[in-house]
Design a protein around this ligand. Structure first.
Ligand SMILES: O=C(O)CCC(=O)C(=O)O
Length: 272
């Protein structure tokens, strides 16, 4: 299993990431990693644990499963988040010497799943702020736009917008009414003001995005599973910011960190 990305990140990659707020880095993982993490996802689906979210409406076909903080209880997810090429990839794109692990999240859409991932930004969901946080969305199955590939509005991380969070299962605990809802960018596909970017992925490819880049994904009408794990890492300017209406983190960081502290904490947000 490879410990470093199979090809180095280039200066051009860093520049493209800064410009668009999203980039696809190909072949980060070897086949052994992909097989190991697909097996880990299979186990997760069978025994999802206490942080699972199922966004499939009752009676609908398929299954839209999400989960978080798997690294804290599953050794394979732990190795994947802490001892895989991801830390180095995140640090390279953030131009940091080292990064800390913020959290990991699984996104699985079984064949026939109708539920979409609405257009959103990530940061409004989080007890964190900062420019130097990166999400590394690792494709574990072949992914096409038609089969729920993630699509991004290029450059939207620089708009100065902070849209209301809305989870796919419509959890009201995340709704900060003082924020504007995120528009439905699917209705703006022909508007020349916006540039939409997406990538067909092979297992082991990684889409890397900034926490304010607007993104979303469609249903999965295909006959095969779409599975990805998004691992989020924090760099230099990332700060703990425990606002109301945000995600709760495992490991009780609220008892040890105060607002404005760096997003680093032994055993909770560990350095990779
Ligand atoms: O895979 C998906 O459907 C959504 C992924 C996502 O929103 C993320 O990784 O931040």
């Amino acid at each position: 299993m490879n410990r470093h990305p199979l090809r180095p990140v280039t200066g051009e990659d860093v520049a493209r990431f800064k410009e668009d707020g999203a980039i696809c880095i190909r072949e980060v993982f070897d086949k052994e990693w992909v097989a190991r993490m697909n097996a880990a996802v299979e186990r997760l689906l069978a025994a999802p644990g206490k942080r699972a979210r199922e966004a499939t409406k009752s009676g609908d076909p398929g299954r839209f499963h999400m989960n978080v903080f798997m690294w804290r209880w599953d050794p394979d997810f732990r190795d994947f988040a802490l001892h895989s090429p991801l830390g180095e990839l995140g640090a390279s794109l953030l131009e940091a010497d080292k990064v800390s692990l913020f959290y990991d999240q699984a996104f699985v859409k079984e064949p026939g799943t109708r539920e979409v991932t609405q257009w959103h930004q990530d940061m409004p969901f989080w007890p964190a702020l900062g420019n130097d946080i990166i999400s590394l969305w690792v494709a574990l199955t072949p992914v096409t736009l038609e089969g729920s590939g993630v699509e991004y509005v290029a450059g939207s991380h620089k708009w100065g917008k902070f849209y209301q969070a809305q989870t796919p299962d419509k959890d009201g605990n995340f709704t900060d009414k003082s924020l504007e809802p995120c528009p439905n960018f699917s209705e703006m596909k022909n508007d020349p003001k916006y540039r939409f970017i997406s990538w067909d992925c092979q297992p082991g490819d990684v889409i890397c995005h900034h926490p304010l880049t607007i993104h979303g994904a469609g249903a999965n009408p295909l006959t095969s599973r779409r599975a990805a794990i998004s691992v989020r890492y924090a760099g230099k300017d990332a700060r703990w910011d425990p606002r109301a209406n945000v995600m709760r983190c495992d490991g009780e960081p609220e008892t040890k960190l105060k607002a404005g502290d760096p997003l680093v904490l032994d055993g909770v947000f560990p350095i990779t």
